[in-house]
Design a protein around this ligand. Sequence first.
Ligand code: SF4
Length: 412
Amino acid sequence: MNKGPIALNDCDLPQLEELFQELGEKRFRAKQAFRRIHMHGARSLDDFTEFSLALRDKLKAKEALPLLNCTESSVSSNGTEKYIFESPEEVPGRDGVRKRIFEAVWIVSNGKDERTRKTLCISSQAGCTLNCTFCATGTLPFIGNLRTYEILDQIYQIQNLRQERITNVVFMGMGEPFHNYDNVIRAARILNHPDGMHLSARHITISTAGVVPAIHRFIDERQPFNLAISLNHPDPEKRKALMDVTEKHSLSELLAAAKRYGKELNRRITFEYIMIPDQNMSDQDLNKLISIARHLKCKINLIPLNTTLHGWRAPTAQEITGFQTALRNEGILAFNRGSPGKDVDGACGMLALKSLKARSETDSKKELLYAGHNAAPTGESPEGAEGSAGKNTSPAAEAAAMRNQRSGTGGL
Ligand code: SF4
């Protein structure tokens, strides 16, 4: 382990055991600390009441418990609530330091068993190095991967603020989770841990735009979490125009990985499909989508577009029903997930973009300009799944990531 202060809430149990061993403490102290943080929601080392004052002081001298700052929230008429978070860490940039800013969305819906499902959609990166044309996050500067504690603290803080427990977590907020593979999987495992929140793995969903090598890694590792793929177009060339990840990982490779997932893990993969009239809802698109879905163990979540970027429009209720019914008539599981949080800029990246602009119009412009001037060739995060997936975001790594950040042009 490194010699600097260690964020205790960034560690999984084996890492904590190693850390306490280095401190000359008994191994069971690690489990106590893990439970205190992830089961009982400690917000300070003073909350470690099972530790003596001497041990707490010893920890304070060497370790830390960094927390996010929740800077704003907004509630939608249907109960969906969006939260903006700021990291306590400063990241070097061309014009000085800045902080990672990202968002999480609380979504309430009724589950099929009539109980209320409380889903939290969380971010895995501040910004994104991909550039899906329907997504606002691509227009934000990429400030780096979130550390494990930054992923988890979105959940812990929102539960604290709301005084209620979530039932489902989806990694569908800002960022491509598989470009921050190690931190995302570590966070999911901590959420699932019996000494943590003990959230069922089947209630944790990781959604990728299509980083194929990471999907294979996920399958190889037999990860127990749900996997979703943001599909959005069934045609290889048209998908490229919507989602630049397709230039690096073709649709056929992606579908082959999805097939392997179903076959080897015996699980149903979820395809997300943002419905954009005149882009991916024609009869031809529908037939191609049916042909893909027929050959895979899958379900399709339909999400009506909820912004007007590029002059696009939202589908009408009739168009949505027609598309869904056509899929269902072919025996395909297709659900209309709606557009929760429409009136709170519920689209990916929207509220953070607004927040950034409100905080410092000048700085935001500088950063966006900086991103534009330094646009890297098509590709993925330097910390992408291939090669160095999931490295922690050291300042050096983040500086490198920023050098490679891309300018976005789209937005959902
Ligand atoms: S939709 Fe695309 S651009 Fe937006 S956060 Fe997800 S992967 Fe990144």
